[in-house]
Design a protein around this ligand. Structure first.
Ligand SMILES: C[S@@+](CC[C@H](N)C(=O)[O-])C[C@H]1O[C@@H](n2cnc3c(N)ncnc32)[C@H](O)[C@@H]1O
Length: 448
């Protein structure tokens, strides 16, 4: 074990936890768990020693029907309590702990039932648990946050030893990129907004623009639509909100507010804003390149049901790095994407492909997905420059801003050095005669 901090893993030997152990180790977390020793005096001593050790920062309990009725698991939880170690459950069948306990009681004998009932006391309704499907160590995930609260950080020699803050439109070159994007998707957005409006029953429409930035897109997409009577733009960047107010000062239909979409009560804040503006619901939620930046996109989309009128529409525009395909030099492009995305941990750069699934899972209806394809074929130098910046070059500024926040980080410094050379190489290809690159943007539309 050396001198590393570690997590104690508690599980039933009837379950396999190999896949979780692999993910934890790949993420730089050290673990301790008993693989061989059977329940008994030696086991007891060893478990107590491991849990009492100050380097043990917490315990993950892999909950299943089997582990819920395991004497050994119950004892390990009792020791965690005794030695004041935090613990959380990972539920192996994607159910809540309470459902697992109920099933274990139904199927177990009298002794097992006693164990389950004792175990259930350690996992009240409000205790943290994580579904197997949410076992994710990326920055901002529930587990990542939990581990840092417990005081365990990934191994300091790994690529994870830095903080990648959330997206900021203030980083070098980003405003220009947003301007280019705004221009590039005028027709695409128009077709989606037309489609959504056609099917809306009301004629006096209220629009909510999430992550509106300085309202360049907000104003250009909605100002010329007479059926729109109110446009509420929200963003967590105060400077952007001030700039948005200035941009739209002559059109009283536009109002802007400083709102953080990651806040658990963001829907309540929006409801308050609606009340303040004398409206009782939203007809269209427009969200361009923002869902990828929030910590939990599904929760955001779920909360929109509180804000949308029945039948109201969401229009979500996103990209997906998997749709960026080129030849020749495809391997280099893929490596640039893979290595930079591993650093830009706070944004989901593969979100385009997930939008249909998210909306459908959350109960949105009449879902449509529209695609806009762009490529380098027969394009001018200026258009190729646009595509290169949008798809690849912007990564340099994002990584630089993360390096600025983690000055001297050796891993980031090396990655930046590599990226500079790799981008130069790819750029030469981009402008050569035989090079072809294509990329898809997605708009998903759904009804509440
Ligand atoms: C890529 S920009 C897109 C801006 C604009 N929608 C557009 O299409 O040009 C993302 C915007 O979302 C904002 N943003 C990111 N995370 C946010 C959050 N949690 N809450 C509110 N705004 C957020 C950023 O400040 C930025 O203005």
């Amino acid at each position: 074990m050396g001198e590393k901090n570690y997590l104690f893993l508690s599980y039933s030997h009837g379950d396999s936890i190999d896949e979780f152990v692999n993910v934890l180790h790949a993420g730089g977390y050290a673990t301790v768990f008993d693989e061989t020793i059977s329940f008994g005096e030696e086991w007891d001593l060893k478990v107590r020693r491991q849990l009492r050790n100050p380097r043990c920062k917490g315990m993950l309990v892999f909950l299943s029907e089997k582990s819920a009725s395991s004497n050994a698991v119950l004892t390990e939880i009792e020791y965690a309590e005794k030695y004041d170690k935090p613990y959380a459950a990972i539920t192996l069948n994607n159910e809540t702990p309470q459902k697992i306990f109920a099933a274990a009681v139904r199927h177990g004998n009298e002794n097992a039932q006693f164990v389950v009932e004792s175990m259930a006391e350690y996992f009240p309704q409000n205790k943290l648990y994580i579904l197997k499907s949410d076992f994710d160590l990326s920055c901002g995930s529930k587990l990542h946050k939990t581990f840092s609260e417990w005081g365990i950080r990934p191994d300091s020699d790994t690529a994870d030893d830095y903080i990648a803050s959330t997206y900021k439109s203030t980083i070098l070159g980003e405003k220009e990129r947003l301007r280019w994007q705004a221009d590039g998707y005028v027709d695409f957005d128009k077709s989606a907004i037309d489609r959504a409006i056609q099917t809306l029953p009301g004629k006096e429409l209220v629009v909510l623009d999430l992550g509106c930035s300085d309202a360049l897109v907000t104003y250009s997409r909605f100002a010329s639509r007479p059926e729109v009577v109110k446009v509420i733009g929200v963003d967590y960047n105060e400077k952007d909100i001030e700039a948005a107010k200035v941009r739209c000062k002559d059109d009283p239909r536009f109002v802007f507010y400083n709102v953080d979409l990651n806040r658990s009560d963001f829907n309540l804040q929006i409801k308050e804003i609606l009340r303040e503006n004398g409206v009782d619901g939203v007809d269209i939620v427009f969200a361009a390149f923002i869902v990828q930046h929030v910590i939990n996109p599904k929760i955001l989309l779920l909360k929109l049901f509180d804000i949308l009128k029945p039948g109201g529409k969401v229009i979500i525009r996103e990209s997906d790095d998997g749709s960026k395909i080129c030849y020749p030099n495809d391997k280099l492009a893929e490596e640039i994407i893979r290595r930079t995305n591993a650093i830009i941990k706070s944004s989901d750069r593969d979100i385009g492909r997930k939008l249909y699934s998210y909306l459908s899972e959350l109960g949105y209806e009449n879902i449509e997905v529209l695609y806009s394809v762009n490529d380098t074929v027969n394009k001018s130098r200026k258009e190729k420059e646009w595509l290169f910046t949008m798809g690849f070059a912007f990564r340099m500024n994002r990584i630089k801003s993360i390096y600025d926040e983690n000055p001297g980080n050796e891993f980031l410094r090396k990655e930046l050095q590599w990226l500079e050379t790799a981008l130069d190489k790819l750029k030469i290809s981009f402008f050569s005669m035989n090079f072809c690159y294509s990329v898809r943007a997605y708009i998903a539309i759904g009804s509440a």
